[in-house]
Design a protein around this ligand. Sequence first.
Ligand code: PMP
Length: 367
Amino acid sequence: MPSDRVFNFGAGPGTLPLPVLERAQDEFLSVDDAGASPLEVSHRGTWFRGVIERAKADLRRLLDVPDGHHVVFCQGGATMQFAMVATNLASGGTPDYVLTGAWGAKAVAEAERLGDARIAWTGADDGFRRVPTTQELASALSPDAAYAHVTTNETIQGVTFPHTPVVPESVRLVADASSDLLSRPVDVGRHAVLYAGAQKNAGPAGVTIAIVAGEVLGDVPDGLPTMLDYRTYVEHGSLYNTPPVFAIYIVGLVARWLLEDVGGLDAMLERNRAKAKLLYDVLDASPRFFRGHAEVPSRSLMNVTFRLPSEDLEARFVEEAAAGGMIELKGHRSVGGIRASIYNAMPIEGVRALAAFMREFRDRYAD
Ligand code: PMP
């Protein structure tokens, strides 16, 4: 690794695979035969057409997307998806929201601005430490809901659904997978909409991947603003207006890296499990010094969240880690503590270095 690069544990934008950055660097001034930078080329030119089509095809392959589902690229982040989902899918009644952390809470607040929405289950009273069990979910969700919205991985609390949540047959499943899409295989076919801002596992900020079931499109109400209507993206191949060309180009390179260097999402999941285990083992070995936030079955493989015995020690931990080349370990301002985001592109060496630092820090400061 170049000596001026640190291990970046930021929650997003997060670290990107080095081979992707190097390839982009090689092509930065002039790409293929275009004689221009990816920042300069036309989105209607041959080069970008190839890029966007290949990116979509590679995402389909990685995620095993069924034929009836569309992969589209939007802007406005996952936050705009909160509104798009509600406007496109809620005409059939009131949607149910499952709150396992701060992002689910934001999603339902947005849906409430646009119509009715119901909080079917919330972990707020326990401080968002776990996801509901399948039985809890089954009794919480209404069979008449317009859709059921879940956050597959809560980035701030570090709480995750270990498997695709099971919802009643009659209910459309909508998932915000911003911080775990592409980190593991997922049963796309069970989703009406699956979306993710790219800036954690899939690429840079500026593009949002949405996977939309074709059967949903027939129920989208007419009269929506053009850019808030999923049909616009499907009918125009995400090229109705100028898309975020550079961001989609990087998503394409990341997808290639996952297919060719990593070997697909099963292999990625193995790597992610191994990385997360290194950190959770340290937490479990010293539960009085490191207090993990999530209950064990709901632990995230992407965002490892924990507290230290005092806020003073937490500040010192963040500072000393940064001095040692491990940055962005401060927990989200709303919950405090420490958060280590270990997305796909975080090398195992970075996680080993952090685990070693945690043990050494504990040995120095534990009573
Ligand atoms: N959902 C989740 C799970 C997230 O982690 C984030 C961003 N951290 C968002 C939604 C909001 O995404 P964006 O900033 O792309 O709007």
